[in-house]
Write a protein of this length. Sequence first.
Length: 162
Amino acid sequence: MIDKNQELVTPEGLEKLQKELAYLTETRRKEVADRIRQARDFGDISENSEYDDAKNEQGLLERRIGELQRRVRNVRVVDPSEVEEDAVDLGTTVTLRVVGGKGQERTFQIVGANESDPTSGKLSHASPVGRAVLKRKVGEKVKVSTPRGATEYEIVNVEAAS
């Protein structure tokens, strides 16, 4: 069972989170601190818009760092090598064909909700299409209700992510 606070990610997704966290804590924090220091040098901070802007930026930065730290602590990495080979799962790549369409096929990697980027071929396991194809195998058909209406897909291919 999955803890409701736990976030499912691929190894690539975890690496992306860790890189952003490292950049924000090691680089951005110093840049914002320098900006605050420079703004203080302008004089009276009660009427200093540069100081106010820098402090606001610092608040947003610390909030983002806290969010990333929480996410990294609560992450569950799904190893693509441990998934069922012929079934769609997190980390696998699936090719779908629209049933009754003009042979239209789309290929997606199934990823965690926060890694989703359909234009780059990354589809969330929590999206309507992602939920419909999870644990399904090649040759199976699934009907997906989306805001645009119902569409039926056939699973053409499933591959473990490399």
